[in-house]
Design a protein around this ligand. Sequence first.
Ligand code: ATP
Length: 295
Amino acid sequence: LTQLYAPLNFLGFVYREIKHALADMERMFGLMAKDREVADAPDAIPLNTRQAEIRFESVDFSYEPNRQILFGVSFTIPAGKTLAVVGASGAGKSTLSRLLFRFYDVTGGAIKVNGTDIRQLTQDSLRQHIGIVPQDTVLFNDSIGYNIAYGNPNATQEQIVQAAKAARIHDFVSRLPDGYDTQVGERGLKLSGGEKQRVAIARTLLKNPPILILDEATSALDTHTEKAIQDELREISRDRTTLIIAHRLSTVADADEILVMDHGQVIEQGTHRQLLAQNGRYAQMWALQQAESPG
Ligand code: ATP
């Protein structure tokens, strides 16, 4: 009987891990399980690239039949470049990242990676290529080491430490009573917003994906931490195709391109300079933000 237990235990472990992973993704995207509805095409092919160009072609989308959310959204992020999306709450910014991750299929138009419609790619391979630094990182009731390695079961201790160093959280972890074995989460040590973001950055560094989605935190960190984290995010997005869902204009000014969305449509598109010169919505938002927080 004990011989039977081991594989059963293992299966239980695998099941819990998968449930964990799905729950994590859902929480990251603020989704419910019932929302997942995409399936692999029978002839789906795996994506395999380090250089990913992302293209949205006249994308329409609705979550529910009678309420369209996106209207003909088009943009291209060349491989290794950064596009930042700004716009009022509810404009459809986060929806773009959910569609890129293929939590849903577009209802019109197409999303392509290196020219291939993502509906022709296996979901697993697509998602392997995308790293997400979410607004609010979910921590599991496990060790900090586990939380950093999360999603990379093959990571060695050395790689974990390396990623933690690059994400500037190693010194903090080293000072904890049990180091990388310190228990965190609801039943363990609570981490600050900035520390949690650093865990997410370390996770992403371990995954080393060619595509990055950064969903900027709405909750304010102190200015010093925020500046440091912005620098680290800029560092990890270098050479990766990056989509930033931005809530503050200060972080988007040096993006290669900025998309201004309103009610599911792209209303302006260009660099920070171009958009200021255009003197439209972006310029207005910028002036307003400068007035609110001078310096
Ligand atoms: P914020 O800046 O507040 O995060 P956003 O621009 O990212 O907003 P989205 O999250 O993309 O906006 O939402 C766009 C619209 O889609 C909103 O009106 C929202 O109510 C709706 N929506 C989002 N998720 C769902 C869902 N799962 N089911 C139905 N409608 C949804």
